[in-house]
Design a protein around this ligand. Structure first.
Ligand SMILES: Cc1cc2nc3c(=O)[nH]c(=O)nc-3n(C[C@H](O)[C@H](O)[C@H](O)COP(=O)(O)OP(=O)(O)OC[C@H]3O[C@@H](n4cnc5c(N)ncnc54)[C@H](O)[C@@H]3O)c2cc1C
Length: 316
């Protein structure tokens, strides 16, 4: 049996941020992730500058390059306008790996399946034990499944389905485009050029509304591919998109039960306007770690609910 103080399941941004904070406070922890890093994570990789501030990432410290946009090219139902704002786009395959390494935490490749309570702590698959347990394994997190399903039900009307692809491409247009609610898509489509000659394109929308409209996310993906070709953004490329689903911010039940915590997509924290989940995942990881270190209450109430729009638009 491998023993540690804090067992973290999932080494994405939420788990890595939690581990980074714990290690800085000399708390012994171990990250289990089912995939060896660097690993592919479906995500457009758009982050706000506060992500770098939250993790105290100094200018020049990040070893990879990332794109910085001074404006987003937004279109709502076909009406376009530039939105001046400072934003970054990283590649998750690079960013997540670096964050995990930076945390200085040991990482074991292990697909966590069963979790039991034993000796006042938690045992994963009979092999790993921790006094505390942090569920950072995303939408299908086993910690969520085992301890939180009933006390923190995730609302079906906040489930987002996506199709996306990131690929090397000699792009000519360096702007970031976001197309909202076109062709009755209950969400938006994007084109994000990345440093190092990569492009990320995708569509995301609310699953329940798509279903009620007799629509599918694949249908919107096909429309996006047509649009990219028509506008000359991506041409002569054979796409093989993949899908993933995650939850937007919702009203919360419990995010801590005894010494088990959930963070990031396991909670469902992505912002209501943009589905931005990296920043909220990192903040929740830091908050959970702070609760363990300082014995404070763990709550995600302070994490922002929207990215660009005022929160009152969402009635919150
Ligand atoms: C197509 C798409 C585009 C997106 N674009 C953006 C964007 O541009 N900006 C933004 O801020 N957010 C975006 N998001 C949301 C963002 O990707 C997530 O909110 C964010 O990754 C959540 O981080 P996390 O650490 O909670 O989970 P994850 O990043 O999903 O990390 C979870 C980790 O847990 C591991 N894991 C899973 N199950 C197990 C298990 N049983 N045992 C062990 N390990 C396990 C996984 O391998 C993974 O490494 C997007 C999401 C999608 C699907």
């Amino acid at each position: 049996m491998i023993k540690t103080d804090v067992l973290i399941i999932g080494g994405g941004p939420a788990g890595a941020a939690c581990a980074w904070y714990l290690r800085r406070h000399n708390i012994d922890c171990l990250v289990l992730d089912r995939e060896p890093f660097p690993r592919v994570k479906l995500c457009a990789g758009w982050i706000q500058p506060e992500v770098l501030a939250d993790l105290e990432i100094q200018p020049g410290e990040y070893p990879h390059s990332f794109t910085t946009f001074s404006a987003l090219r937004i279109a709502i139902r076909g009406i376009g306008f530039p939105l001046p704002t400072r934003q970054h786009a990283i590649r998750r395959i690079e960013f997540d790996h670096w964050l995990l390494q930076r945390s200085g935490t040991p990482v074991v490749t292990h697909h966590a399946r069963t979790i039991e309570r034993a000796d006042g702590g938690y045992v994963v698959d009979g092999e790993y034990s921790g006094k505390y347990l942090v569920g950072a394994a995303g939408t299908h997190c086993p910690v969520y499944r085992t301890f939180f399903q009933e006390v923190h039900p995730r609302a079906a009307d906040t489930l987002i389905v996506t199709q996306e692809e990131e690929f090397p491409y000699a792009y000519a247009d360096p702007h970031c485009y976001l197309w909202f609610v076109e062709n009755r898509l209950p969400g938006y489509a994007w084109y994000v050029p990345k440093a190092g000659g990569y492009v990320n394109v995708g569509v995301g929308g609310k699953a329940e509304i798509l279903k009620a409209n007799g629509d599918t996310i694949m249908h919107h993906w096909d429309r996006l591919v047509e649009k990219l070709a028509r506008r000359g953004l991506v041409r002569d490329y054979t796409f093989t998109p993949k899908g993933h689903s995650y939850y937007l911010r919702q009203s919360f039940g419990k995010v801590r039960v005894d010494n088990a915590f959930i963070v990031g997509d396991a909670v469902g924290l992505a912002t209501l306007d943009m589905g931005e989940g990296i920043g909220p995942a990192i903040q929740s990881g830091l908050l959970a770690a702070a609760a363990i270190v300082h014995g404070t209450e763990y709550t995600v109430d302070t994490i922002r609910r929207s990215s660009l729009l005022p929160t009152w638009l969402f009635g919150i």
